[in-house]
Design a binder for this molecule. Structure first.
Ligand code: G6P
Length: 360
């Protein structure tokens, strides 16, 4: 059952493995009889009426929001800002005339996000909650809910909820584009089906990621993840995952920022994992990898099929360029899982962390 580990030692690995199933569930749930997107008409209306969308979230859900901004801006052509829930009130942006607030929360119970919702509701602004728990506080209090259909996520470190959030944001972005009459050469339900198969083939290569994880993280105290463009968002999630469960101090940063500070930290044998899933950053991120190798780093490049430039690259199966986070995050999840496992950490219940933080 969903709340039992079955043959798995940890919920986290079970939930990583469930991601292709979740993709297919989302496709099924958000599809009508004709194979078109099925989404509440009122959500369509509120999306097309807004002149600026504010995404509010915490932790892994915030990282999904960063990807969501790219998807919505790219396809629905409406500006999006992404805010960390606990910072929103202190760094309140100047709001547009018709703002729409989207709350992303696996649990729907995060107090930091809820307090922003209370505030924006009092200001009279519309809201959508994207959550795995319909009926949760954020779901009940927002005007509309988009469910993730990921099934219960038990491990504290979020995995399948992140990919489910990105998949639902993709459908939302395309639906809004269609409502606005924007021509897209992109069928989200087809593209997500390709993603589901690509996920499966990566999950089948677990052992490869287990050995890479040993090679990179067995003894280190520090780790770096670098990426540019959409990959930058995924490396931030990669670093969070590794920190949460293996207690290795990790940082995910933009390749171009290396020279502006972080490169001072690169010394002999420090692990650096680079992501290269986009054509337009492929050369520049490889340049960054050369810079860290020259300073002794143990570097590894994870690239998208077609962009590999060395036999040492870990190659991801090809998916649509906008959907690469759904694929590139899987090696990151597995690398973190095995790092924690081999360090004898409590994978599913890391110290000091709670699955949902219901206090501010
Ligand atoms: C906690 C969890 C994180 C999670 C964050 C946001 O800090 O440990 O894994 O990403 O809350 O949770 P939410 O339920 O709002 O997505």
């Amino acid at each position: 059952s969903d709340t039992e580990k079955g043959t798995y030692d940890h919920f986290m690995l079970k939930e990583i493995d469930e991601q292709p199933i979740v993709m297919r569930k989302i496709i099924q749930q958000y599809q009508d009889k004709n194979g078109d997107i099925k989404l509440d008409k009122k959500i369509r209306k509120v999306m097309t009426k807004s002149d600026r969308i504010y995404i509010i979230a915490a932790g892994t859900s915030y990282h999904a929001g960063l990807v969501g901004k790219q998807l919505i801006e790219n396809m629905s052509q409406v500006p999006v800002e992404v805010h960390i829930a606990s910072e929103f009130s202190y760094n309140m942006p100047l709001l547009s005339e018709n703002p729409l607030f989207i709350y992303i929360s696996q649990s729907g119970e995060t107090a930091d996000s809820r307090s922003v919702l209370v505030q924006t509701k009092a200001m009279g602004y519309p809201s959508i909650t994207i959550t795995n728990v319909p009926g949760s506080t954020l779901s009940r209090e927002a005007d509309y809910t988009l469910p993730l259909h990921a099934g219960p996520e038990i491990a504290v470190a979020s995995t399948k909820a992140y990919t489910a959030q990105i998949a639902v944001l993709t459908i939302l972005a395309v639906d809004t584009a269609q409502a606005k009459g924007i021509e897209l050469d992109f069928d989200p339900l087809k593209e997500l089906a390709i993603v589901a198969s690509a996920m499966e083939s990566l999950i089948d290569q677990k052992e490869a990621f287990e050995s890479l994880s040993k090679e990179l993280f067995e003894t280190t105290r520090h780790a770096f993840f670098i990426g540019r463009g959409i990959d930058y968002f995924v490396v931030q999630e990669a670093a969070l995952k590794l920190k949460e469960i293996s207690y290795i101090q990790a940082e995910g940063f933009a390749g171009g920022e290396l020279k502006h500070g972080t490169i001072a930290l690169i010394e002999q044998d420090v692990p650096v994992v680079a992501l290269a899933t986009q054509e337009n950053v492929n050369l520049s991120i490889r340049g960054n990898v050369q810079e860290v190798i020259a300073r002794g780093a143990k570097a590894s490049i994870i690239s998208m099929k077609g962009l590999e430039r060395s036999t040492d690259d870990v190659v991801l199966p090809a998916v649509h360029a906008l959907l690469t986070p759904l694929i590139s995050v899987i090696p990151m999840q597995l690398l973190s899982y095995y790092a924690a496992l081999h360090r004898d950490c409590d994978v599913d219940k890391p110290r000091n962390l709670a699955k949902s933080v219901t206090v501010e």
